[in-house]
Design a protein around this ligand. Structure first.
Ligand code: SF4
Length: 510
């Protein structure tokens, strides 16, 4: 294999399924080459079985990073740990990784995992260190059947380019637009599309933990019955993505909603000439406390929390993690300035106060909504791809902000606006969960949200108790019903945000 610095080089792989014998030598060679711990599988072999004994077949598919030409993992990485080299290899530098797991959400192919020894992301890097010495990747050298063909796709004379040009090849999830450069000869949709085969707890050599919820569940034992002639995964690695963004991420969405809403509500009211007495200082203090909680949640969710400042100091500007961090930092600065002015009792001129309030509102709105674009960069999760997410997050922040001040404010218009906002949020939720979805994976995630315990939480907890009840309670006289309405509305938003974060991660990516 010839190494070249040419920017026109585009390394890729062909996996020839007519040759693969399913020996796992590539998996072992990869582990050995990179000295990976047992939990890390950068390349693995999935077995798909079809038919009913004795008329059965078994196929092998080698899975790994696709070295996508338009790699979403590179775009979302906040510290440029993941990069696309001039030769087309998507490489990573563990020395820059903060362990935010955003790349794991962005990769639609489950190709990235966290190395438990280092707490940093890891994946196939095409054995870039070997390529630089004009050697082939370890998996290629060890394959006894020459089923893995590496090379430069842009070189028409290369073996790989000739195969891609002359054979019927397929890639995983072409609809994602990532332009994968891992081609399969004789690839089977049952293996390449996660939902096209039955996923059971029983596998060839043992049982898997039920980490992924399949929407076509098969009872244990059914796998060998006549009814189970459908394609099924007889061997696979554990799915790595389920819950990699857990409760801390959904809690961060909620604390961010509080931080934004607590400032936005009194500030927007004032700008509209509807002064809400006694809410400004409370709003600023609550917003600052909520931002502090947001920071604690974000940092503690990192696998390398001691590197958290690298988001600001080593920024990769396409990542909404970076943009969001700067928006939050700017918003915090404005809040601190306003708090200092309040505490000193300094009056600002009307114009200066208005300018400060407008800047604060813009940054508060950005704080609430930037996560919509961040989740949109997580291309592996179809339910998060709606362009309406940033707007929905802003509405949620306004609901939480208005709930916060509901017991303090006696303006007659306030509960009316609050009820309208709750109704708008309800429409967003119903549309998200029960509306039409662009992809089957988005529908699967929505179905998970409305099924089982999650469905009870969503309908009874968020929709009814968290939206409908406060819509009526907020018009009641007296502090107790107002406090109850505020708590219920806040809980309704928190429950929805948690389910919305959790459910898409339960849909299998590979
Ligand atoms: Fe590899 Fe996944 Fe990144 Fe594509 S998105 S380059 S498959 S890690």
């Amino acid at each position: 294999m010839t190494s070249t610095d040419s920017a026109s080089t585009s390394y890729g792989f062909v996996i020839d399924n007519r040759r693969c014998i399913g020996c796992h030598a590539c998996t072992v060679a990869c582990k050995s080459e990179h000295e990976d711990p047992i939990q890390v599988n950068k390349t693995w072999v999935s077995y798909i079985e079809k038919g009913v004994y004795p008329d059965t077949t078994r196929q092998f598919h080698v899975m790994r990073c696709n070295h996508c030409a338009d790699a979403p993992c590179v775009e979302i990485c906040p510290t440029a740990c993941l990069t696309t080299r001039d030769d087309g290899i998507v490489d990573f530098d563990p020395g820059r990784c903060i362990g935010c797991k955003a790349c794991m959400q962005a990769c639609p192919y489950d190709a990235i995992t966290i190395n438990p020894d280092s707490g940093t992301a890891t994946k196939c890097n095409y054995c870039a260190h070997r390529v630089e010495e004009s050697r082939e990747p370890a998996c290629v050298v060890v394959c006894p059947a020459e089923a893995i063909v590496p090379g430069d796709l842009n070189d028409p004379g290369s073996k790989i380019a000739k195969i891609v040009a002359s054979q019927d090849v397929s890639v995983r999830k072409p609809e994602k637009g990532t332009l994968p450069k891992l081609y399969y000869v004789d690839g089977d949709a049952a293996a390449l599309q996660p939902a096209a085969s039955i996923r059971t707890r029983e596998t060839l050599w043992g049982e898997k933990a039920p980490d992924i919820v399949d929407d076509t569940p098969v009872a244990e034992g059914q796998i060998r019955s006549a009814a189970a002639g459908a394609p099924r995964r007889a061997y696979d690695i554990a799915q790595r993505h389920a819950g990699s963004w857990g409760w801390k991420v959904s809690a961060y969405l909620f604390t961010k909603s509080i931080a934004a809403g607590a400032f936005l509500v009194p500030a927007l009211a004032t700008l509209a000439g509807l002064h809400l007495a006694g809410t400004h200082l409370v709003g600023i203090v609550v917003a600052l406390l909520a931002l502090a909680a947001t920071g604690v949640l974000l940092v503690s969710d990192l696998k390398r929390p001691e590197r958290f400042l690298w988001v600001l100091l080593r920024p990769q500007w396409k990542s909404w993690l970076v943009r969001g961090a700067y928006i939050i930092a700017g918003y915090s600065a404005i809040l601190l300035i306003m708090l200092a002015l309040f505490l000193r009792g300094d009056g600002l001129g009307a114009t200066s106060a208005t300018v400060l309030a407008i800047i604060g509102c813009v940054l508060a709105a950005g704080t609430a909504s930037y996560s919509g674009w961040l989740f949109g960069q997580a291309k592996g999760r179809d339910l998060w791809q709606s362009p309406l997410v940033p707007l929905h997050l802003l509405v949620q922040a306004m609901v939480v902000g208005m709930a916060l001040f509901l017991p303090m404010v006696d303006a007659t218009w306030y509960p009316q606006v609050f009820a309208v906002l709750l109704a708008v949020d309800l429409v967003f939720v119903v549309q998200d969960v029960w509306g039409r979805h662009q992809t089957a994976d988005a529908s699967r995630a929505a179905k998970l949200m409305r099924s089982g315990n999650w469905g009870v939480l969503l309908i009874a907890g968020s929709l009814l108790a968290g939206h409908v009840v406060p819509m009526f309670l907020c018009f009641s006289q007296g502090t107790a019903p107002q406090v109850l309405a505020a708590i219920l509305a806040g809980a309704g938003v928190a429950i929805y945000e948690h389910l919305w974060v959790a459910a898409p991660q339960r849909v299998a990516l590979a």
